[in-house]
Ligand binder design. Sequence first.
Ligand SMILES: Nc1ncnc2c1ncn2[C@@H]1O[C@H](COP(=O)(O)OP(=O)(O)OP(=O)(O)O)[C@@H](O)[C@H]1O
Ligand SMILES: [Mg+2]
Length: 471
Amino acid sequence: MKSFGANKVLKGVDLQIRGGEFVGLMGPNGAGKSTLIKILAGVYEATSGEIRLGGKPVRSLASSSDVGFIHQDLGLIDGLTISDNLSLAQPPKRRLGPVLDKRAERAEAAQALRLVGLSMSVDTYLSDLTPGEKTLVAVARVMGRGANILVIDETTSALPPADAGRVIESLALAARSGATVIMVTHKLSEILNATDRVVVIIDGELVQDAPTAGLDRAALVEMLMQHESDAREINTRAAAGEEPTCVLELHDVCVGKLGPINLRLNAGEVIGISGLPGSGLHDIAFLVNGSLKPERGEVVAHRQGLKRALVPPYRESQGGFGALSVRENLSVSSLWRWRRRGARLLSPRRELRDCAKIAADLSVRPRPMDVPFDTLSGGNKQKVIFGRALLAQPHLYVLCEPTRGVDVGTRSEIYRLIREMAASGAAVLVASSDAEDLFSVCDRVALVVDGRLQRLRQVTEMTASELELMV
Ligand SMILES: Nc1ncnc2c1ncn2[C@@H]1O[C@H](COP(=O)(O)OP(=O)(O)OP(=O)(O)O)[C@@H](O)[C@H]1O
Ligand SMILES: [Mg+2]
């Protein structure tokens, strides 16, 4: 059991894991998954209950060299080589007295890389790797140290599908050769493709524990939604109206390696753009938002006082005010809404009412709005930043990775809200590496390749596999 103050986050979870099993851990945002992993890692201490490893009670699993943790922030250093990253925090190999045995370190690193199917030189700098390769290096690091129990918390949530696929494949391979894997994820395909068993935690309680064989997407969704009363069906896309009104246009815009980019954003339309990491995908979003200035070309607003709102791609480092409350994080961009007529003062009652409504629509947990943003779970942080953009009621929404890390129920709620934005006449740009975002809410989509934005295509003309291939 684990409580934070009066908040009971884990309510007596009993879980046994056998050696060699690949267990997927799922559940809505704020269910307690990361808290459970942090208790195993010794970051938090359980309020009550115990952990046993091989039958023996232990304080946490962190002290055992058998167990390796991979957190979302991988703990690798970009300015070092793969070999140096792998030997970080390991006792140095010595040849004679203080002379380090670099050869032995490099040989061990090469062997660890082979375990995850990477074949580049161990002298490659981490900064030259793709995000997926970096994640594989993090897996290699724990496996190279002899860990045969791997504990992974949403490590793939920020990876494009192809990279995520490689990481999952290498974990599945480790499991087939005898390692035990415990993995938190919101992605149904990862559960179905790789795990032997799925455990669902909802509201701090373990509510399902079943073999994966025999389950399909529909069965998983049902398991996840059984306690979700406020999850709604995805609406069908609103039909396109008459001649569109352009609200903002990029005209031959260049910045860094990007460009020239031409793009028109129309009222009532959701445009989706996608691309690999490093493609400049989010830079296009920042150009549209006005937070990045073009070196050449023009960003033309087609209406006076065009109001824009941005959901940035990395909620941990951008956009959230950790020490401020959920309510303050929601309302900070919209204080004008609650100004009393003719007065300088705000109406806190109306502010609270509007914030509470948005928080309820997005099922932000926990419910009290005075808790610090920092204490929210990953997915709930995302919801608050999304809610802030909604409250600002802009003419143009710029949404980067809008569903990163949110649970299945909230994902469809976010899709519904995006369609509502467009239906109420706003223009929406979704910049996402998640194929589902593109085909679930966008009217037209295009890929960013080699610094250029390819032709926009109607999503209805594309098949699901074409879209999957795009990203
Ligand atoms: N340090 C903390 N102080 C207070 N409350 C916390 C703290 N850490 C987590 N919580 C609360 O515990 C609950 C569970 O959070 P946790 O991070 O375990 O969720 P999660 O299942 O990992 O969700 P997500 O899918 O969004 O990552 C949340 O309500 C969160 O607000
Ligand atoms: Mg979490």
